[in-house]
Design a protein around this ligand. Sequence first.
Ligand code: SAH
Length: 580
Amino acid sequence: MIGLISATAAGASGRDRLAAAWPTRARVYEGSVGDAVRRAFAECDQVVCFLATGAVVRLIAPLLGDKASDPGVVCVDEAGRFAVSLVGGHSGGANELAREVGELLGAEPVVTTATDSVGVPGLDTLGFPVEGDVAGVSRAMLDGEPIALEADFQWPLPALPSNVRSPDVRSPAPDDGPAPREGRYRISLTDRALETADHEVALRPPSLVVGVGASKGAPVDEVLGLVQDALRDAGLSAKSVAGLATVDAKAAEPGIVQAAERLGVPVVTYSAEELAGIEVPNPSDAPLTAVGTPSVAEAAALVRGGELLVPKRKSARADGQPAMATCAVVRRPARGRLAVVGLGPGARDLLTPRAKAELRRASVLVGLDQYVDQIRDLLRPGTRVLESGLGAEEERARTAVAEARRGQAVALIGSGDAGVYAMASPALAEASDDIDVVGVPGVTAALAAGAILGAPLGHDHVSISLSDLHTPWEVIERRVRAAAEADIVVTFYNPRSRGRDWQLPKALAILGEHRERTTPVGVVRNASRPDESSRLTTLSGLDPATVDMMTVVTVGNTATREIAGRMVTPRGYRWQEEAK
Ligand code: SAH
């Protein structure tokens, strides 16, 4: 819950806007300000105060306890110009909240947490649990102190600054001796239960899968106790458990569901048929009769491959009754991550927040050099940039996939939408199912141009690339003809280059066989870039010589009109037809 507090009428109007935007997330605290702050601080996960920072500092000073449990506090000035993340920037989520409040109120978020403001990822923002001397190691990261990153196995991490050095990935055996030390500071990426020393943190990637089997009615304490014992005895950390895995028939078994809830992880289930096909060291007859597979715990943990760290074990019952639960623990193979990210047509504010987040999450960036230039300033220091020139598509696709298969977090970028005449399809055609793939849509050129021209895409429309580099001209011509006959609005990508000058006139001529000479045609060059230009002409008025590779050409259908200098394709509403 987010507590909202204000002292004056000006503050109350901002407060009410947040309350209206967050009907279930926020609660207004009325009454004397001091009292309201005290109550909200005790009851809420986060607090937004429409008060001066000085006033809030004085009020919360006696209430502050521990960073891990204190709420995150954001202060907004009465004029609503700034949303200041005051305490609990990372752990209390105040930095994120300041950004959200900023978006809602049009206020500037003010974030002073060192790691956020200089672009170094906060250790607690990497997306998985971290233990140990977080403050000390974060400070060392900023101060440029040498820090050793010791990973028990490869895991896709964002770029870390150059003072974080990574010796080779160690052998994953749980009983490995201590690793060689470098410098005083250490980041261990591990699922082993280790005591962190001073100047050391342990990052807990979700690398463990616990397979569980349970008889009907197995108590949650028995299931959970078994899982915890198995992890402890094997020297593994519960914080690295990615999920519990079982057979479909046990998807709603309360003991399993509640154990997962208490561990804070999801339950994943597989069909008995699929589990029966998995080779396991300890099959048995009991589950075969009950659910149709000789193994539940081991098989469910091993379905996606990996190393069996804890073979099947049964719960121990104090009352001597037969065990009702089994479990097995597997370290799953690390999966690299390939994000295919569309950067939009050019302008920074047409780059989506999700695209930005993916760029900052990557440790390896692959792209065409001119697109890399577009976003270089957004990358984390230390991101490895693999850029290449036009024509090197095959190399880019292969490199991106190969890096992901090595376990890296890779962002493969493209302008507009990366799936439209761009890198997504060549890359995914190369990719096997051993990596995770995430697509981030971008504003493609046809949409950027459409918004500039007016509403040319108001009815059915297609995009056609006139580049016959990879597509025989006969195929392109057939598609243009089909669009012409079907009276569909057409946007031409790659319309014309120095060596390809006859295709556009030919395509326009085909459309001209089915549309009036006066059909509106929009030409947009460098949409949303500093030298953007656009013009509205007609099918017979378009001079192809004015079109180049930075341009898209949108040809209207037979209903498209120029209205007040804008290109409009009607949707065919009856009320508009009648008004004519
Ligand atoms: N993936 C890109 C398209 C790549 S094909 C996208 O979704 O937009 C390259 C062609 O896209 C160019 O020849 C041009 O026709 C068009 N294009 C890309 N960006 C453009 C922009 N900002 N303005 C106008 N046309 C653009």
